[in-house]
Design a protein around this ligand. Structure first.
Ligand code: 13P
Length: 257
């Protein structure tokens, strides 16, 4: 019912030549994988978007960016607009990744502005939410999720809501090798879906895809994907290698609901 989506967030890795090589390798590995059951998205750094776009143009693989600014154009040195990203071939945009919240002062307010700009431009947002280790230890996980969802998605209309993808990424599981157990992830995802139901309605909350992110690898993707409310993954480290990323996509496709 909800199409599986596996996205690779390459973060600040890969120069242009390396990005082309990685994208080519993934395309080769996944060439006979149809797009009926799964969306596969590559999110290289801005500098490699155009080249990766060309590599994947004759495939089912889709392109995403890791961030965006909310204005259409103007004197905003260093920023990139949704229209510019669309121009490179992007159809997905990651918003509010915890690394941006942590190192670049992103807040729910900036996430909300970016989200609206992305939707206005007909692109698909991947909104990242999730608690830190100390918040989890203080039993504040659900409180943080509520804050991120309610404020990040504030003012979103019902007709736009089902286009949004949420990525639940517990900060303590990112790049640490420490994945949330499938049960821990499922419990957070179910809570998020409950929040979406309260904000919108049952149909919309059941249609919104929720990805899990945080140390996803070929050997844990299947158990994660078997959970009712996990609809895919946002993959960091394991998306930087042809073999591990392709394995994750293939395995997720096998268990897709
Ligand atoms: P890792 O898969 O390296 O833990 O990173 C997850 C992530 O931040 C994806 O956005």
């Amino acid at each position: 019912m909800r199409k599986t989506i596996i996205a690779g967030n390459w973060k600040m890795y890969k120069n242009i030549a390396e990005a082309i090589e990685l994208a080519n390798g993934i395309k080769r590995e996944l060439f006979n994988l149809g797009d009926e059951r799964i969306d596969t998205v590559l999110c290289p750094p801005f500098t490699a978007l155009r080249d990766v776009s060309e590599v994947i143009s004759e495939s089912n693989i889709l392109l995403g960016a890791q961030d965006v600014y909310w204005e259409e154009e103007g004197a905003f040195t260093g920023e990139v607009s949704p229209g510019m990203l669309k121009d490179t071939g992007c159809s997905f945009i990651i918003i509010g990744h915890s690394e941006r919240r942590q190192h670049f002062s992103e807040t729910n307010t900036t996430v909300n502005k970016k989200l609206k700009a992305v939707l206005r431009n007909g692109l698909t947002p991947i909104v990242c939410i999730g608690e830190t280790l100390s918040q989890r230890e203080e039993d504040k996980t659900f409180q943080v999720l509520e804050d991120h969802v309610l404020n990040g998605l504030d003012g979103i209309l019902e007709e736009e809501a089902s286009k949004i993808i949420i990525a639940y990424e517990p900060v303590w599981a990112i790049g640490t090798g420490k994945t949330a157990t499938p049960q821990e992830a499922q419990s957070a995802h179910a809570y998020i879906r409950g929040l979406l139901k309260k904000m919108f309605n049952t149909d919309i909350s059941e249609s919104i895809r929720i990805q899990y992110g945080g140390s996803v690898k070929p050997d844990n993707i299947v158990e994660l994907m078997k959970q009712r409310d996990i609809d895919g993954a946002l993959v960091g480290g394991a998306s930087l290698k042809i073999e591990s990323f392709s394995q994750i996509v293939k395995k997720a496709c096998e268990v897709s609901k």
